[in-house]
Design a protein around this ligand. Sequence first.
Ligand SMILES: Cc1ncc(COP(=O)(O)O)c(C=O)c1O
Length: 412
Amino acid sequence: MNVSSHAFDTQNEVHCPFMPVFGPPSVMFERGEGTQLFDVNNKRYLDFLAGIAVVSLGHANPVIADAISAQAHRLVHVSNFFANPVATEAAIKINGLLREATGLAGQVFFTNSGAEANECALKLARRHGRRNVGGDGRYRVITALGSFHGRTLATLAATGQPAKHGPFAPMPDGFTSVPWGDLDALRAAIDPSVAAILIEPLQGEGGVVPAPEGYLQGVRELCDEAGILMMVDEIQTGFARTGTWFGFEHAGVSPDVVTLAKAMGNGMPIGACWARSDVADAFQPGDHGSTYSGTALATAAVVAVIDEMRRLDAPHLARTGGELIRTHFGAIPDVVSIRGAGLLLGIELAPGIAASDVVAAARDRGLILNAVTATALRCAPPLTVSEAEIIEAAHILTEAISAVRSAKGADQ
Ligand SMILES: Cc1ncc(COP(=O)(O)O)c(C=O)c1O
């Protein structure tokens, strides 16, 4: 059966045998190369979303593809009863990056996703709260309104978006969300039941909203005063996306726990929870686990990603690419502001222009973005994006916005 043609009906809508949680897909992509994607009809697109900040080294990156392929021929998985050299090397490299960023020695638990990385952090916070801070039963985790931490029940409860909780109530106990950027609200929420604060350094899903000046430093101080953990969710921001290896580096603070995923495998499903060694030591054998934690196959991608990102100086690529987008996209009529850091940018459109309409018009013209709020586009291309691709994307976006504006005028 030709799945590609079978999946399309005459309206060119894709019909896939998947649970209806994602809405109908509009395009079926068959292959990619760098910033480019090609659909089943061989139509070319520029991917300025990179699988939501995942494919940071570009699609079908030959270095990563070779590493995965070679590992697949050698060893894929052995279970956590045994060690494998690839996971060990990947953990050493992650510890190396985080030691450079924090000055601290740490330990790693590998997961298959971002949500599982946060799940590990949440369990670690409770374990640490009970064992290491006087055994006084600290378990509550404070997060920010507008945050996004995942879709498992615990990470959904941590996610500061009450509208997402409704259909799955009751939420697990032990989570409080306070307004983003408000240190007074955070201070007021800390009581003896609190084990940790979990925040993104820049809210991604919440609209690409950077932390206000001094916020992360204030969070660090509050955590130190209260003797609780500062846990930073770097799942979207980590691995150079914002122009530093980790988003918290912009604030010059050192968290106790850091969660990672997305770009660390360039598309291989893998995440990690890193914790300062004395914090990680709160876990005892049997406290946590996962069949697929640290498979040789997935961690081979991590080793290759870190080596390649170091070779390319990925943080520098993100900074220069981000500046180019600010220049070229900033000149587009109806783009009123650009926020974010590095190559994680929110493009705010003029009032009355719906971001979802622009996303559809851009997609039809061969540019992939997403609507991160009703009025803002998220722009997160591979860090390897070229200036020529940025200029081409700016032309497409100009046409897309103009088409949406004209259609709106015609409607009135
Ligand atoms: C900041 C943040 N945390 C957690 C997650 C959840 O990651 P996953 O979808 O891999 O479970 C995401 C996903 O977008 C994210 O952006």
